[in-house]
Design a protein around this ligand. Structure first.
Ligand code: FAD
Length: 368
């Protein structure tokens, strides 16, 4: 058996953040992942947005999470000589007079106290080139986008070259904690501790079957960019629109708690989400735009929780088994800081902030 400090199961946004934070500390690791092309993290748009939701609130614990993420991803870019973190303001178009007033009262008079303080400044509608914006809009900063596919591919390649990445489907029930080590014999690894970063898949094994996840499927489309459409920044309208590095557009996303798979087929509900996204996208512009050519339709299930906060910590009975989960719709923003926090618990026994601990009391909403 090869002996390492930490075994990581799953290499999405959660597992890769743990891998990098452990690597940074000089720990020896073994990562095991199925290498699925359509995992939640691979499908994600990677948006990091400071002000979200219909109440125009600052994203939860923004300062903590953004301060970490805005150093973490550029550090990896430098290390891997890659480009996947694009830090630039995002545009939000107001969808009602009420929304405009809310932003005006909450944000427009606020001054920025530090580079990570969320700000929103009104923008001239004339600068919006054809975007339907009768109530105007604003520019939100700081904001960013992670090209998750590029980041995860490069990350896996890096750890593969160090023989620390194993492409395999782990039977987590075969992980043994013998009191002094954990062992996964199928890949010949013995470790001080294991952390399960499996997203919604975690419910299928004995360790964290009880994790209070409240998952939600999301669908996203890749479109050919119509000739008359100019979109240079991320735009949040009735859908969000993301210009990609290869000149296409991504639009999304739907949110559904009933169909909990990431399969794209001809089921009526799947076709209706696709049409719904196209309908909303066509409403982003004034007048008619050239019909939309859909290049790809992807879907995945977000590992969301009941209170929309992460679920991290130690297994109830086994002190060497941990999880990092519940990233919901904000995996890009939250994973780097959460990975650092859970590593401190693993290495030093530091107590977890109660609002992150997966064993906190949670009010579960009844399934309808
Ligand atoms: C349509 C859509 C759009 C989104 N947009 C955004 C966005 O703009 N910004 C944002 O921050 N977030 C976004 N999200 C949410 C984001 O994708 C999640 O927060 C994040 O991906 C969760 O990461 P994770 O690592 O916990 O889980 P996952 O991405 O599910 O990773 C789990 C990994 O573990 C592997 N695995 C599981 N079980 C096993 C096993 N037994 N053996 C081996 N490997 C295993 C899987 O293959 C996978 O690679 C979006 C999600 C969707 C669906």
């Amino acid at each position: 058996m090869k002996s390492v400090d930490l075994l990581i199961v799953g290499c999405g946004l959660a597992g890769s953040a743990i891998a990098w934070q452990a690597h940074r500390r000089g720990m020896s690791i073994a990562i095991a992942d199925r290498n699925e092309l359509q995992s939640c993290s691979m499908v994600a748009a990677g948006l990091v947005t400071p002000i979200t939701g219909s109440r125009a609130a600052a994203s939860w614990e923004w300062h903590l999470f953004f301060s970490e993420a805005s150093h973490f991803y550029p550090w990896i870019e430098e290390k891997l000589h890659g480009r996947f973190w694009y830090s630039e303001p995002a545009i939000r178009i107001f969808l009602s007079e009420m929304e405009r007033i809310q932003f005006e009262q909450k944000w427009f008079s606020k001054t920025s106290l530090s580079p990570t303080t969320p700000t929103a400044a009104p923008i001239e509608t004339t600068s919006l080139s054809g975007i339907h914006a009768p109530w105007g809009g604003c520019s939100m900063s700081p904001a960013a986008r992670l090209d998750t596919h590029a980041y995860l591919s490069k990350t896996r390649e890096f750890f593969k070259n160090r023989t620390e990445y194993h492409e395999c489907d782990v039977d987590c029930d075969s992980i043994v904690d013998n009191g002094s080590r954990v062992q996964l014999s199928s890949i010949g690894i013995s470790a001080d501790a294991v952390i399960l970063c499996q997203g919604v898949e975690s419910r299928k094994n004995q360790w964290f079957a009880e994790l209070p996840l409240h998952p939600a499927r999301g669908d996203i489309l890749t479109l050919e960019k119509p000739r008359q459409v100019e979109v240079e920044r991320v735009v949040h309208h009735n859908v969000w629109v993301v210009p990609t590095i290869d000149g296409k557009l991504k639009i999304g996303a739907t949110y559904n708690r009933h169909t909990l798979d990431g399969i794209v087929d001809n089921r009526p509900e799947v076709l209706s989400w696709k049409s719904e996204l196209i309908r909303r996208w066509e409403g982003v512009f004034e007048g008619n735009i050239q019909s939309s050519v859909v290049l790809d339709h992807q879907a995945a299930v977000r590992p969301a929780s009941y209170d929309r906060h992460p679920l991290i910590g130690r297994h109830i009975a086994s002190s060497r088994v941990f999880c990092l989960n519940g990233l919901g719709s904000k995996g890009t923003l939250m994973a780097p800081a959460l990975a650092r926090i859970v590593l401190s618990t693993i290495l030093n026994g530091d107590a977890l902030p109660p609002q992150l601990d997966w064993q906190r009391p949670l009010r579960r909403i009844k399934k309808t």
